[in-house]
Design a protein around this ligand. Structure first.
Ligand code: 26V
Length: 796
């Protein structure tokens, strides 16, 4: 496609789809016109992908996920379809600011963090690999809350991405299912019949997901909840207007808002409704598609692989059994076998508080037939494998239910999968030793290198060609170049320019000036005690204190950058945010240290901000308590973009270190085993503090009001925790973290050596592509083959 054809298409959409004259078009209008022009180019490969799948009668993969953290779509679509440069030329020609147009798009935050972003990377890889697949989720009206800081404290505001038209989606009024809740179960001729008390309509909205070079496109199908009857006319006519609109309001709450808590399961009625709503709609949809081409449901496992992204869609097990047994009259055992043949379950956390359990009471109230079937599934399993129950203390354990209903169960890093086998799923693993498999996470190199870091990706392509974009392991071809001074200079230059850009953004948006030659040290992720942002800020305090003690010292300049949201109800995490902001305002205004140390915490961390920060990072903070971070995926994005990691042996850090080499990774801290042992030492925190005067002084600063305008109580909670129970072992890991951080300082001063290490991180991180992960799921779990690439629209 030529630039002029693209221009015609944009202008035509501006005129005929938006009804705007170029003279009066706003940034929004131009952005929508460009998006529609880009979308047009995806539709043909999308249709062809579907046709090819039908023709080949190929096995389909269904990825059921409560969250898809897709972020902005325009830039990715332009890059993947090969028209980015043309689009830029069109807008340059029109005299419009292309960057501004791209940044006008709202960031679709239909997820909390790692789990949701992983789902988005997987969809892109499934399309790039040409595997027939569909993502199923919820079309939340409000994604993850927007974060503001008020006096340093987090304030949440509703997110409203859907107030603007979502240009990428196609509404599908014909793809709609009635989803029931509550009511009773009757017996009719020996068969159970569930008569729900209330029902809503699940209606599909489709977004095409295009892969690299536009060769293949899959669908993200999100369900919106609609009322069965829009208006209760009788009530309306009787003058009761509020009551008349009630059914609509009730139905719509189901897809109204994403739950923002990713650690504690609060047993919310509405959350269980959301889970059943999207799971049931998705199953009905895929069965309908199956039956359009096949007539024997016993063949379902040959044609369909369903991946449950955590336990949120775990009700899929009982629901599938209910459909096959109750509605289609299959034997219970056969129904079980078929369901198990289709279903697979991914576990994303071992934190006990995040493992879903639903009370029998709530389950029986909302899904009475499912509770009966869960009992039966439990009994059947216990008959074959005595000794383990999926129900306990009046609750259904959704992890255990998912495990016994799954063909394969996987963890998301080698360490995590190993830990699953000896902790939460020990008994089940002993009974089913072949069921747990590991699938180490990955990230898409299209978004997380090619698109977000054009300078570095341009340099890479100049050196080794662009094959790495589709085959990231070819980044290893960079290895010989790390000994070439010219290449390393350009590598350093690209990083520096990214830092200058970020510095400008920080200056403009926060009024803080940072030195682009300082080390940019970044920790971005949800705020959790186990991720230990408080360890990082404590080390910052200790460093600041030493700088003040020794103002003539030769310090390595650092900019400590934080980003992340806390769940609204997570009090401790919110105190950590308050502490970081309070420390920032003291340190950033200290004339003695300000040439060496800055603390920057931009509000509202999201996918777009990650795309800005990661390319500019020198150091990646991956400092969770060993054994707690299932994998991490940010850690992979940093390594790919040439940042060095300071990290513990946790999650995928272990594998990153193996790949990039121990010399190119700053390791510190206890291992998962040592962590368990250390916890049994009485007074471990106190012991650690008494042995490290630096730590003692930093903790003291939390208690003496240094960062609280003299208020001794403000951060007492954090101080007491670190010196008391300290479950996450901040105190015990502090000294080693300090040591590693000073090693980082030293290493950073040797700019040539640092550049080499950074370039080696890029060259050796290709394995962490989500293409590798998806290939592995396809062969080890789904038994699904990539279909042949159809056409390369980028070359046309
Ligand atoms: C749990 C809950 C429970 C209560 C309601 C809302 C909610 C939402 C999400 C979750 C799951 C949190 C688990 C999670 O995000 N795990 C992360 O998964 C990443 C992808 O595998 C992995 O890289 C991170 O290490 C892991 O923390």
């Amino acid at each position: 496609m030529s630039t002029s054809a693209l221009k015609d298409s944009v202008l035509s959409h501006l005129k005929y789809s938006l009804g705007k004259d170029p003279e009066h078009a706003t940034t929004y209008d131009w952005r929508v016109a460009l998006s529609l022009a880009a979308r047009d180019r995806i539709v043909d490969p999308w249709f062809e992908s579907t046709r090819a799948t039908y023709r080949a009668d190929a096995k389909r993969v269904y990825y059921l996920s409560m969250e898809f953290l897709i972020g902005r779509l325009l830039e990715d679509a332009l890059v993947n379809t090969g028209v980015y440069d043309d689009a830029k030329a069109v807008f340059d020609d029109l005299g419009l600011n292309f960057g501004e147009i791209l940044h006008d798009e709202p960031d679709a935050a239909l997820g909390n963090g790692g789990l949701g972003r992983l789902a988005a990377c997987f969809l892109e890889s499934l399309s790039t690999l040409g595997i027939p697949a569909m993502g199923y989720g919820i079309r939340y009206e409000h994604g993850l809350f927007r974060q503001r800081f008020e006096g340093g404290r987090q304030v949440e505001e509703a997110e409203d991405w859907l107030t603007q038209e979502h240009v990428w989606e196609f509404e599908r009024p014909e793809a709609a299912f009635e989803i029931g809740f509550g009511g009773q179960v009757y017996e009719n001729g020996g068969r159970a019949v569930w008569r729900p008390q209330e029902a809503v309509i699940a209606q599909a909205f489709d977004t095409p997901v295009v892969g690299w070079k536009g060769e293949w496109a899959n669908t993200l199908r999100l369900w919106g909840a609609l009322p069965k009857t829009v208006l209760d006319l009788q009530r309306f006519n009787a003058g009761d207007y509020a009551a008349a609109a009630e059914p609509e309001a009730l139905a719509r709450t189901i897809s109204r808002v994403l739950y923002p808590d990713d650690t504690t399961e609060e047993g919310k009625h509405l959350r269980l409704k959301q889970e059943y709503f999207f799971t049931a709609a998705s199953l009905r949809d895929l069965i309908r598609r199956f039956e359009a081409e096949h007539d024997d449901l016993r063949d379902l496992p040959k044609r369909v692989a369903i991946q449950l992204n955590d336990t949120h869609p775990a009700i899929a097990g009982p629901e599938l059994v209910r459909i096959l047994h109750d509605e289609r009259g299959m034997e219970f055992e056969t129904a079980m076998e078929i369901a198990r043949g289709c279903l697979n379950y991914t576990n994303h956390t071992l934190l006990p508080e995040a493992l879903e359990r639903w009370s029998d009471g709530l389950m029986g109230y909302l899904l009475p037939r499912h509770l009966q079937l869960i009992e039966r599934i439990d009994t059947a399993h216990q008959t074959q494998h005595p000794g383990i129950a999926i129900r306990e203390h009046g609750e259904v354990k959704m992890g255990e239910l998912s495990f016994i209903m799954a063909n394969r169960v996987n963890g998301v890093s080698a360490l995590h999968s190993d830990l699953m086998k000896v902790t939460v799923f020990k008994d089940l693993h002993d009974m089913h030793p072949d069921r747990i498999v590991n699938q180490t996470n990955g990230v898409t190199p299209r978004r997380w290198l090619r698109t977000c870091n054009p300078r570095l990706s341009g340099l890479i392509t100049d050196a080794i060609g662009d094959g790495w974009i589709k085959d990231a392991e070819r980044l290893s071809e960079l290895e010989p170049h790390v000994n070439d001074a010219g290449f390393l200079d350009r590598f350093v230059q690209a990083k520096r320019e990214n830092k200058v850009d970020l510095g400008q953004w920080i200056a403009e948006s926060m009024g803080i000036s940072v030195d682009p030659d300082a080390m940019f040290d970044v920790q971005i992720k949800r705020i959790h005690e186990y991720k230990r942002q408080h360890l990082n800020i404590l080390e910052t305090i200790a460093l600041w204190q030493e700088m003040r003690d020794n103002p003539n010292g030769d310090w390595t300049p650092r900019v400590k950058i934080f980003g992340g949201k806390a769940a609204p109800g997570y009090v401790f995490a919110k105190e950590i945010i308050y502490l970081i902001n309070s420390v920032a305002s003291v340190i950033n205004n200290d004339p003695v240290t300000s040439k060496w140390l800055k603390v920057v915490y931009p509000a509202n961390y999201n996918v777009t901000l990650a795309e800005r920060l990661i390319p500019a990072a020198n150091l990646s903070e991956q400092i969770s308590t060993a054994g707690k971070e299932a994998s991490g995926t940010g850690n992979m994005k940093f390594a790919l973009n040439g940042a060095l990691t300071i990290g513990t042996l946790d999650g995928a850090n272990v594998e990153i270190r193996e790949h990039v080499g121990a010399d190119n990774f700053f390791l510190f801290g206890m291992t998962a085993e040592e962590v368990m042992e250390r916890r049994t030492v009485e007074g471990h925190a106190w012991d650690a503090i008494s042995k490290d005067p630096r730590l003692a002084r930093a903790v003291d600063a939390l208690r003496n009001g240094t960062f609280a305008g003299g208020d001794h109580d403000r951060f007492r909670g954090i101080a007491d925790n670190i010196s008391g129970p300290d479950y996450f072992l901040v105190a015990s890991d502090f000294s080693d973290y300090w040591r590693a951080s000073r090693e980082v300082d030293q290493a950073f001063r040797d700019t040539g050596h640092w550049a080499r290490m950074a370039a080696l991180n890029t060259a050796r991180s290709g394995w962490f592509s989500s293409d590798r992960t998806i290939r592995s799921y396809a062969s080890e779990i789904w038994d699904a083959l990539p279909s042949k690439p159809l056409r390369n629209i980028a070359a046309e």
